[in-house]
Design a protein around this ligand. Sequence first.
Ligand code: ATP
Ligand code: MG
Length: 429
Amino acid sequence: MSKTLQAIRGMNDILPEQTPAWRYLERTLADLLDSYGYREIRLPILEFTELFARGIGEGTDVVDKEMYTFLDRNEESLTLRPEGTAGCVRAVLEHGMTGGGQVQKLWYAGPMFRYEKPQKGRYRQFHQIGVEVFNLPGPDIDAELIVLTWRLWKKLGLGDAVTLQLNSLGSSEARVAYRDALVAYLQERFDRLDEDSQRRMTTNPLRILDSKVPETQALLVDAPRLHDYLDAESVAHFEGLKARLDAVGIRYEINQKLVRGLDYYSRTAFEWVTDKLGSQGTVCGGGRYDGLITQFGGKPTPGVGFAMGVERLVLLLETLDLVPAELSAPAHAYICAFGEPAELAALALAEQLRDAVPGLRMLVNSGAGSFKSQFKKADKSGARFALILGEDELANRVVGFKPLRDDSEQQNIAWDALAERLAACIDQA
Ligand code: ATP
Ligand code: MG
């Protein structure tokens, strides 16, 4: 017997029970982004491998270990996007959207792919909603992005469940100086570093700062501190950002070890973190990447953005029971019809009612069936009313209007009075 086919490990089906929470999150965020004047951009899932190698950088976990890369039939190396920023930058350059200092405020949503060890909150296909802003160099826009996410948490009821971690990575020169100091310090303690961190000494030493290994963290207690190396302009930028967050009343914790996984950040870096999801606690991360666009051959163009993990946010909403119940609300009405003439009339009637009653959720029985079986299906659907249409009802142009959720009596209602009756029921709900 052939083996039952299964989904690829770490790539999940999102089942009908879960999609209301997804749509709730997606819709809330899309509306919010609209209201702040951000425009949606839709990008391909596949890009040339080189885009990510150049844009994210060799020496990062994402590029070195996590990409799904393959040769297509034309022997070109393609990669399933592991994140959205690189593709977005490619698109704005390709379409000349940032030329002449044009400001762009963009957002995107969709699946990302990383070959990671699947666990709760960490998958191989996962979804992000991301925002990228181009040609705004100041701390005001960094603040706007954080304010916007903060408003999202409040809207979703997550305000108390997440905290903001904030850092400045300085200019790239400042970071080079800091990196040298950090490497010199760690070189003397090389033997005591964990294996991953030893490897990172040559590939991406700043990443050692967020090592999860306790012994490595202990070694870092007396390490040089990033903020002692910041250039004056970055310090001023950071002060400007903090002043704006203070003005709105957003609390933050400064975390000098927050360097983020991707290499192209400069100055502002931030993460929204929750302690409710175990070790996969970062639900949103972002920062400034003023150097990235030149890496793609574009003119120097300031960029700043963030991405949030949809699975983790959905998990958080579910964990805290914050998904509004009405999102998976059952139908208002279920039409049962007996015999072909009644079925035809029911279908036409249903369409008239859909025209006449905005927001009406109505099921029309399919598959015919006895009175008993149709009634059972109506009941099981969770609908509030069954509309019954048999030979007699058809002849009299009425339906039997039967409440399914309380004991009130069934009544006959004329077809042309039905819309009004149903509309009244919806208003009450
Ligand atoms: P982490 O430290 O958790 O691996 P990261 O720094 O690799 O995160 P980013 O590249 O900044 O993550 O992606 C932004 C957000 O996307 C993360 O904060 C997280 O919410 C989500 N995310 C990243 N990788 C995964 C994954 N494999 N599965 C589910 N969500 C993810
Ligand atoms: Mg990661």
